[in-house]
Unconditional design. Structure first.
Length: 254
């Protein structure tokens, strides 16, 4: 049986963390790398049997995730956030794969979001494949300000069962995240030389809504699907509008 280290990074995650830790108890080791928590996160992790490492000040998501990966005792890693849960089916699938011996450098896992009282299996949010199970000797986290991900050297397999994601508390929480992430996206895109115009922002917004609500079946998800489709389109418009601000010399989020 190939040993696995579950790795999590945290900051003030006391409310979400217990269920996340419980879902990865099948791993031989749980590593929690914490940065400045003041709400009992560290105590909860230690009580659950995790090895807690304090790593601060905050170095950014990519650096913190790679630090956690290198701090593990085993080479095969399963990365889970505090607001995510390994479903029973996914746990059984991972157990079966490692009993037989992993045949890829890493594995993508479909992720399903819980939002407004239901699981969102549609829109751009699903199946949202995440490479979260991998051999650290053949891969590491990469990325810039946002949307970091694991890149591996070698073949990548796919698992069938889902990683469950508890997304936003409510629409207000969702809007706060949109504001934060669109600012980061615009800064990153501008630094990379990306440019836009008002017509692109409008067209991209309209296409995003059609893609989410019609092509990716948001219409079948009731009011939650309509909300996700609308806010995904809003995200698309706002990130491009903020990029346009930077082109005009305005610094968004200053």
């Amino acid at each position: 049986m190939v040993p696995i280290s579950a790795v999590l990074i945290t900051q003030d995650e006391a409310r979400h963390l217990p269920a996340a830790l419980d879902s990865v108890r099948f791993c031989e080791e749980i590593v929690v790398v914490d940065c400045g928590s003041r709400d009992g996160t560290r105590r909860i992790a230690e009580a659950a049997g995790a090895r807690v490492i304090v790593h601060e000040p905050w170095p950014g998501f990519v650096a913190q995730r790679n630090f956690a990966a290198q701090s593990a005792r085993h080479d095969w890693l399963l990365a889970v956030d505090a607001d995510e849960r390994v479903s029973p089916g996914l746990r059984q699938e991972i157990q079966g794969r490692r009993a037989a011996g992993f045949t890829h450098a890493g594995y993508r896992i479909p992720r399903v979001a819980r939002y407004l009282g239901r699981w969102i299996r549609g829109t751009d949010w699903y199946p949202d494949p995440q490479l979260r199970l991998w051999d650290r000797r053949r891969g590491r986290w990469e990325g810039a300000l946002i949307h970091e991900s694991v890149k591996v050297s070698g073949s990548v397999g796919r698992l069938r069962h889902e990683l469950e994601h508890l997304t936003y508390e409510d629409i207000a929480d969702h809007l706060r995240t949109i504001d934060s992430y669109t600012t980061l996206w615009a800064r990153q895109a501008f630094a990379e030389g990306r440019r836009t115009g008002p017509l692109e922002a409008v067209a991209a917004c309209a296409w995003a809504f059609f893609r989410n609500y019609v092509l990716r079946r948001g219409a079948l998800l009731g009011s939650a699907g309509l909300t996700v489709s609308t806010l995904n389109a809003t995200y698309t418009y706002v990130k491009l509008a903020k990029l346009l601000e930077l082109q005009q010399g305005v610094v968004p989020g200053r």
